[in-house]
Design a protein around this ligand. Structure first.
Ligand code: NDP
Ligand code: 8X3
Length: 250
């Protein structure tokens, strides 16, 4: 029987690539996000490969998150794999100039949203006596960088939650893992720079950035290890990157 993966932020970038790859490799997919047309497109594309159910909610809205999870039909009630991927950076500014709305968005989405989604699914996994959670952290959760302040703090929170969740859920046999990517070319910078395409392109110029599909590959590998193996925390960089602020550009 196919395992079911619940993926937040499946409308673009890493989440979408992961939904497609897992869907082609033996998983049924619950795909979530806010952009309905993207969810519809993904459903159309993936339906040829596997069963897919979509849920539209904003991870910041705890009631909406709970309602969406409770709305799952019986045949989607068991969730084997949760991929906590929804998230973004909003802005890149020195702390004295930071925009409060951007700060709230990053804390509400990257940290509180992850918690809102995780708890009801963890309760299901405890009932099932099995489950696997893969949290998408970042190199920004391992080392801070100038102007990254609140985004880095939000990803450091994911890093801490990943470790603590793994300890808390150890007694239930639930695996908890983190993928911490460096630079991946997605809509990430477009969101960070509020739709400024020229500025967002420069982030990925002069070297080969990771692609969303590279992260999806890693997630598939982690999700398909034998029951006794947990890749607990994996930092993944493009070859040109050695640290948050060190990229060998041509
Ligand atoms: P994208 O911008 O391409 O994707 C972000 C996804 O998150 C979208 O599907 C978006 O869906 C969803 N999302 C954002 N805000 C919300 C919200 N409030 N409620 C529900 N869903 C939301 O970026 P990436 O694929 O790059 O990012 C995915 C994850 O990877 C993030 O956690 C990011 O921090 C992390 N990451 C990215 C790196 C990179 O260099 N790209 C490196 C390290 C980590 P929608 O807008 O439809 O709601
Ligand atoms: C995304 C990578 O370096 O832009 O988390 O923070 S970075």
């Amino acid at each position: 029987m196919k395992k079911t993966a619940f993926i937040t932020g499946a409308t673009s970038g890493i989440g979408r690539a992961t939904a497609l790859l897992l869907g082609k490799n033996g998983f049924r997919i619950i795909a979530t996000g806010r952009r309905q047309e993207r969810l519809d497109e993904l459903k159309k594309e993936l339906s040829k490969e596997t069963e897919i159910h979509t849920l539209n909610f904003d991870v910041r809205d705890q009631k909406a998150v709970l309602n969406a999870i409770e709305s799952l039909p019986e045949k989607w009630a068991t969730i084997d794999l949760l991929i906590n991927n929804a998230g973004n950076a909003h802005g890149l500014a020195s702390i004295e100039n930071g925009n409060m709305e951007d700060w709230e968005a990053m804390i509400d989405i990257n940290v509180k949203g992850l918690l809102y989604v995780s708890q009801p699914i963890i309760q299901k996994m405890i009932g099932q006596k099995a489950g696997h959670i893969i949290n998408i952290g970042s190199v920004a959760g391992k080392e801070a960088y100038p102007n990254g302040n609140v985004y880095c703090a939000s990803k450091h929170a994911v890093d801490a939650l990943n470790s603590s969740m793994r300890m808390d859920l150890n007694k239930y046999g639930i695996k908890v893992s983190q993928v911490a990517p460096g630079l991946v070319e997605t809509e990430f910078s477009l969101v960070r720079f509020k739709g400024d395409e020229d500025r967002s392109k420069t982030v990925y110029e002069g070297y080969d950035a990771l692609k969303a599909e590279d992260i999806a590959d890693l997630i598939l590998f982690m999700a398909t290890r034998p029951a006794h193996v947990n890749l607990a925390d994996v930092l993944i960089f493009p070859t040109a990157q050695a640290a948050s602020t060190m990229v060998n550009k041509s």
